[in-house]
Design a protein around this ligand. Structure first.
Ligand SMILES: [Zn+2]
Length: 294
């Protein structure tokens, strides 16, 4: 086996997404000696204050961005990962009927090649073996999450091509691309039923009913990474995002001992692989660990 460290690049839309999607997995791999880099595409400038106990009241996009930079640094430290900003401006979540236009200059309106160029540069410099991002729907209908998918997909496929993005460094070909799937119906239902069986009030009751009613066809997870030893680090990273995460809210509505017992994993969908592997997997580096890697 090569002594070259394995490298994982997790591409997210906003600061806090790295703590709610695949967080314990990144913490686990980092603790095991994998080099883990989280990229946030935007500064989260247009996020609302979602934590009712948060006393911060930023009045400009710049003030919000400054607060979220501090939060993100604390989250990265809690997870034990490296972090880089891609440098784009949050598009905000459009609300209303009809939906308002996206704000000028925001991430979701940047032409794809321009938006992907800095990520291609990071891929060629960091040289990840595995990349993670969201599925084409964004996993959640925020324009920055859809754009995050497009940019990461583009970088995964273009970084190894010397003819493309010629000013962005030496080509590097990542070996696997995954999509985060932390909120599968199977997980929500499993946790919901375990809580109900234990006589606890589940935070997922409405979710289970509305999702079932909408009959959404779910994408299939292929890979479940055991990571419950790192749920405490994930929780510390979530709490670090004081403007976004309510310590008494949804993310902390499940007793940790129950969660560890019934759902000790984080799930991913293998979207592309350039190495042979067998599904289902329990390791994002399956098929890579014993290859001669660079
Ligand atoms: Zn987000």
């Amino acid at each position: 086996m090569s002594s070259t460290p394995l490298r994982l690049l997790a591409v997210h839309a906003h600061p806090d997404d790295e703590s709610s999607k695949g967080a314990a997995t990144t913490a686990r791999y980092a603790a095991e000696g994998v080099e883990v880099l989280v990229v946030s595409c935007t500064g989260g400038e247009r996020g609302s204050i979602l934590n009712p106990s948060c006393t911060l009241r930023p009045s400009t996009l710049e003030e919000m961005a400054a607060i979220r930079r501090v939060e993100m640094a604390a989250a990265a430290e809690a997870l034990g990962v490296q972090h880089r900003w891609l440098g784009f401006v949050d598009s905000g979540l459009p609300e209303g009927d009809p939906l308002p236009p996206l704000p000028e200059g925001c991430f979701a309106l940047v032409p794809l090649e321009e938006a992907a160029a800095p990520l291609v540069e990071i891929v060629r410099e960091f040289r990840p073996h595995v990349m993670t991002t969201y599925d084409p729907s964004g996993g959640y209908p925020h324009p920055d999450h859809v754009m995050c998918h497009r940019v990461a997909f583009e970088a995964y496929h273009a970084a190894g091509d010397a003819e493309r993005y010629r000013d962005q460094g030496e080509p590097w070909t990542p070996l696997k691309l995954y999509y985060n799937h932390d909120f599968s119906m199977k997980r929500i239902r499993t946790v919901h039923e375990a809580m109900t069986d234990a006589g606890l009030e589940s935070p997922f009751g409405e979710w289970v009913e509305t999702r079932a009613a909408r009959e959404i066809v779910e994408r299939q997870a292929t890979t479940a990474v055991p990571c419950s030893d790192y749920f405490d680090r994930r929780d510390r990273a979530l709490i670090a995002h004081e403007t976004q995460i309510d310590p008494d809210g949804f993310f902390f509505g499940t007793p940790r001992d129950l969660e560890v017992e019934v759902w000790p994993v984080e799930e991913f969908e293998l979207a592309d692989s350039r190495v042979p592997t067998t599904l289902p997997e329990d390791d994002l580096f399956a098929g890579i660990r014993h290859e001669e890697i660079a």
